[in-house]
Design a protein around this ligand. Structure first.
Ligand SMILES: Nc1ncnc2c1ncn2[C@@H]1O[C@H](COP(=O)(O)OP(=O)(O)OP(=O)(O)O)[C@@H](O)[C@H]1O
Length: 311
């Protein structure tokens, strides 16, 4: 009895010694690269969890975690059939995950592309900053003038302003016009029964690049029921990319702006101008007094005293 206890105690001491030995050995060979490795992994896991939590993938991840638990349990209890089934489901599951969550993965990769790396000149074309700004100023003037006219006449319009996410797939669904922006041309395109009035206009680098394009519809259940497919398409486009989408309602004449899956309704033309200048020519907007600029996040009153409604 006594000798048995002694054997167990000495075994326990051996284990502790081995554990200490391993800890000391690990830390004695620990380099800055290992710290970097841990930091990068922690960041990636954190981003992964954040991404999953904000999407419909959350439920699926819970399902996979349960399967994994079942697999580990089957392994511990040496249940051969259960091990075989759970292992195979998990292997196929990874492939299924990539297919089912292709839009989410694509969006995540696009977000990476929109970061600082994506801003490199190699990827963003060769135009000088001044040229770019001049093009955008011309476009803003044309769009604001025509949006005001379309709004008064209650003629529907849907304008997608391409940003860093390239919209080649969407452009393919319409007709390339690649024209200088003028109020007359914008009005002509959206004039009822004109050949290109149905669908969206795509603006690329300040030019009217394409018209009659088909946009993906949003499946957001929370947006107001009074909004039809034009607004749903605008919202869908802003969920799928970083584009700014401007809508003029045929029914009410209201001007709406969509960005990042958010919709702001009832913009005055002055506010539309401020919005576009702040987004497309930020240097110009920054030079203006701050009280004149439109605080989009808090929906401050415009100089005319109108409110915006965020949906
Ligand atoms: N997926 C889409 N892509 C591009 N344009 C679309 C799409 N769906 C609808 N549209 C445009 O919206 C028009 C129909 O608008 P509808 O009246 O259903 O929407 P709405 O949001 O109520 O807009 P409005 O307030 O202008 O009436 C179509 O004629 C077409 O031009």
């Amino acid at each position: 009895m006594v000798s048995g206890r002694i054997v167990r105690t000495s075994k326990g001491n051996e284990c502790m010694a081995e554990l200490w030995y391993n800890i000391v050995r690990t830390f004695s060979t620990f380099e800055w690269k290992d710290a970097l490795d841990i930091l990068v992994m922690a960041f990636l896991i954190y981003q992964g969890i954040k991404l999953v939590r904000e999407t419909r993938a959350a439920q699926l991840v819970k399902g996979i975690a349960m399967l994994l638990l079942l697999y580990l349990l089957a392994q511990a209890l040496e249940m051969k059939a259960m091990q075989f089934i759970t292992k195979n489901i998990l292997q196929i599951g990874v492939l299924a995950l990539v297919i089912v969550f292709q839009p989410e993965l694509r969006r995540a990769l696009e977000q990476v592309g929109r970061s600082r790396i994506g801003k490199l000149q190699v990827f963003s074309g060769g135009m000088s900053e001044q040229e770019t700004r001049a093009k955008w100023v011309k476009f803003i003037n044309a769009l604001v003038e025509e949006a005001s006219s379309l709004s008064r006449q209650k003629i529907g319009a849907l304008v997608v302003i391409e940003q860093k996410t390239k919209l080649g797939d969407i452009i393919k669904t319409g007709t390339v016009v690649d024209a200088d922006p003028t109020p007359e041309l914008i009005g002509n395109i959206f004039f009822p029964n004109s050949p290109l009035h149905d669908g969206a206009m795509i603006v690329r680098e300040g030019r009217l690049h394409a018209a009659g394009c088909f946009l993906p519809l949003s499946d957001n259940q929370e947006i107001s029921r009074e909004l039809g497919t034009r607004h749903r398409a605008a919202l869908g486009m802003s969920e799928m990319s970083d584009a700014i989408v401007v809508v003029v309602s045929e029914e009410t004449g209201f001007i709406t702006v969509c960005r990042n899956g958010k919709l702001e309704r009832g913009l005055s033309t002055a506010r539309l101008r401020e919005y576009l200048e702040a987004e497309l020519t930020p240097e110009k907007a920054a030079a203006e007094p701050s009280d004149k600029r439109f605080d989009r996040k808090r929906g401050k009153k415009s100089p005319e005293g109108e409110d915006t409604n965020e949906v």
